[in-house]
Ligand binder design. Structure first.
Ligand code: URA
Length: 320
């Protein structure tokens, strides 16, 4: 599987951290016809290269300033006669008007399968991968993405065999086969992403991709100062060590405290078990953020469609 892009020094996607960029951008495109990942060229706004100095410290004689060259034509078909014009697909995907999309293409801000395309005649298939300013654009209109606020006492299944209230009771009879990204305990409320996009769902859950989840937990207080350090350094649970990416006390009142826990782990009851392990069992738990997506003011039991921008940011967070 392709390793995720845009990792931080610990190998995690740069998303969801307090004060972080929430996963927007963070990719550098190649120029026309070239694959991504090269350093900046003069045409990308990097400084033009100067003549090299030799070891003697003198400028080498008659060494010309290197003019950045157009790289070879990409080895992929962008003129598929059965394809759809790139600007039309982008406009249909909600990126902007046809005119705006043409400008984005001419300005070199659009990549197809990793190659910047500046030509307006390009035709592609909807199964090709398109990024605008480094953010993936979902061209497949059958893909859907929702943020759902799971209420308390609802089980995280689409259809519960024991007849308990489940997510399926809230999503109704949507014709897409939606699935939930990860699970929340019945006694946890908060954000669940619902989608029919299997690869994104997999990456959002798998700790390898480092997508951060943010929880607010009520615990008994007062909270000793060293708890955050212990949790960040890691504690031993019955199924192995576990740690948080971030911990902070949000509010402290006599006898209880509200704490924020951010982690990229997905093991069962992980927040409850971590806080138990440091002597502060959870009294109530809410998930408020997954990668760049916040619960916001979506009420328990309600779901909202993610915007194109949010979907793009989720893709970036998942390294796609
Ligand atoms: N950790 C938990 O303990 N419970 C949840 O529902 C989610 C994360």
């Amino acid at each position: 599987m392709t390793p995720p892009r845009s990792r931080d020094s610990a190998g995690r996607s740069n998303t969801g951290r307090p004060g972080g960029s929430q996963g927007h951008g963070g990719r550098s495109g190649g120029r026309t016809g070239g694959p991504r990942g090269g350093g900046p060229t003069a045409s990308e706004g990097g400084r033009p290269e100067r003549p090299q100095r030799g070891s003697s410290g003198t400028t080498k004689k008659s060494q010309p300033t290197r003019v950045p060259q157009e790289r070879a034509t990409p080895d992929i078909d962008m003129h598929d006669p059965d394809g759809i014009r790139l600007q039309k697909l982008l406009a249909a995907a909600g990126v902007g008007s046809r005119r705006v999309c043409e400008n984005l293409i001419s300005d070199g801000r659009v990549e197809v399968d990793g190659h910047v395309v500046t030509e307006l005649g390009v035709r592609i298939r909807p199964d090709q991968t398109v990024h605008v300013d480094g953010v993936k654009v979902q061209l497949d209109e059958t893909r859907v993405y929702f943020a759902f606020n799971k209420p308390l006492n609802v089980v995280t299944t689409m259809n519960d065999e024991l007849g308990r209230i489940s997510i399926g009771d809230y999503v109704g009879d949507r014709h897409e086969r939606l699935f939930h990204v990860g699970r929340l305990d019945a006694d946890t409320e908060g954000l669940l992403i619902l989608t029919n996009d299997g690869e994104l769902a997999h990456r959002l859950q798998h700790p390898q991709y480092g997508v951060l989840k943010t929880y607010l937990a009520q615990i008994r207080g007062p909270v000793p100062r060293d708890i955050g350090k212990q949790l960040r350094e890691g504690v031993q649970l019955e199924d192995g060590p576990a740690s948080v990416d971030s911990f902070r006390v949000v509010d402290s009142q006599p006898g209880k405290a509200l704490v924020e826990v951010i982690l990229h782990e997905g093991r069962k009851h992980i927040v409850r078990r971590l806080l138990d392990a440091v002597g502060h069992p959870v009294l109530s738990l809410v998930r408020v953020q997954v990668g760049p997506i916040s619960l916001g003011d979506t009420k328990p039991g309600k779901m909202r469609k993610l915007t194109k921008e949010e979907v793009g940011r989720l893709y970036t967070a998942a390294g796609m």
